[in-house]
Design a binder for this molecule. Structure first.
Ligand code: MG
Length: 366
């Protein structure tokens, strides 16, 4: 079963990928979101030539082969593009075996807990608290994440006093039984992060994500050692030697690879394995309702060191219009859980009308 063609269906935000083999089988995946049109170009230029005509079976070897052939380009865009190949091949493998990807990875499709994840800072503490409480009541979320500080903010807040106010307001609105998670998005110096962390601990926050600029691994480690709540991070990191350093130095308490920033399932499993060796749980980054959340559900249903929940964005089409109508069936949140599909492959169909509306490009085996 050799790879015959790789296709992308893309706009600026999303690129769906179809792989076809010489026996007529096909699988669907997705590159990472945003600048997906550029990522699609990289898939055709720097990924397809190394895999067309190759056996589709051994996904890990194919992915490795691309990184070896493109060893001068070890960066984010190559990983984002390879993620499209990897996830399409997993879908193909699942469809051929008549099993879900979750099962192929050794797991069991089932309802899996998710946490309600806010993407916004341009929202008042009161409005944020109100909507999170309403969503908890409606969907049964038992954990919520919201933003503190300013993105890459050099210790500044989005506006003065917002962080303290939003933590207090959300806690008051959702009550003591809902777990609170916050994301600093690379805002703080170690000293300020520790000060903010103490405030968070006083409100019973359990998860402080990316407190420091993510490339300052030693800063993050300093914060992790000073605080008793879980300091978490790693979503931006796609280079395995950096992951080795993060895990070996215990810079965080919880690792958060993003399957699509990483380059797909195979490379994410490398991070999962590293973390397992160090006794660290994995709570991946899956911050939008493109396919990354679906892929993450399958993975989390299968790994031993899965954290307690999957990130589930609460932002709808008013905030991210590009997420709408990509695939079916869509996710349903019930009792704070989303069910991992048990149909073969990823268990969804990409919307044919969406595919017709975006740019199509194909690379074929010579
Ligand atoms: Mg984050």
């Amino acid at each position: 079963m050799r790879i015959d063609s790789l296709e992308t269906f893309s706009n600026e935000f999303v690129a769906m990928v179809r792989v076809r083999t010489d026996d007529g089988a096909e699988g669907w995946g997705q590159t990472s979101t945003y600048n997906a049109d550029i990522t699609a170009a990289i898939l055709h230029r720097q990924v397809a030539p190394h895999v067309l005509g190759e056996e589709a079976d051994d996904i890990g070897s194919l992915v490795e082969r691309v990184f070896e052939r493109e060893h001068k380009f070890p960066g984010s865009y190559l990983c984002r593009a390879v993620a499209g190949l990897d996830t399409a091949l997993w879908d193909l493998k699942g469809k051929q075996a008549g099993r879900s990807v979750c099962e192929l990875l050794g797991g069991t499709p089932r309802p899996f807990p998710v946490y309600a994840s806010s993407m916004r800072r341009d929202i008042t503490p009161e409005a944020e608290a109100e909507r999170l409480a309403a969503l908890c009541a409606r969907y049964g979320y038992r954990a919520v994440k919201f933003r503190v500080g300013k993105e890459c903010g050099h210790d500044e807040d989005e506006w003065p006093g917002r962080s303290e106010a939003v933590v207090a307001a959300v806690r008051k609105a959702v009550g003591d039984d809902v777990k609170l998670l916050v994301d600093g998005n690379s805002c703080y110096s170690p000293q300020k992060a520790i000060e903010v962390g103490r405030m968070l601990e006083a409100h019973g926050v359990v998860h402080f994500e990316e407190p420091c600029p993510y490339w300052k691994i030693d800063w993050t480690k300093e914060v992790t050692q000073a605080l008793s709540l879980d300091v978490t991070g790693g979503e931006q990191d796609c280079f395995l030697p950096v992951w080795e350093r993060i895990v070996e130095s215990r810079a965080v308490d919880v690792v958060q690879p993003d399957i699509l920033y990483m380059g797909g399932v195979c490379r994410t499993l490398e991070v999962v394995k590293l973390a397992a060796g160090a006794g660290l749980p994995v709570t991946p980054h899956s911050a939008n309702l493109g396919l990354v959340t679906l892929f993450t559900l399958h993975l989390m249903g299968a790994i031993e060191n899965a954290g307690p929940y999957v990130e589930f964005s609460i932002e709808g089409e008013d905030y991210y219009p590009w997420q709408t109508g990509l695939f079916a069936p869509g996710h349903v949140v019930e009792d704070g859980k989303v069910t991992i599909p048990d149909a073969p492959g990823w268990g969804v169909t990409i919307d044919p009308d969406w595919l017709k509306r975006v740019d199509h490009r194909i690379s074929r085996r010579a």
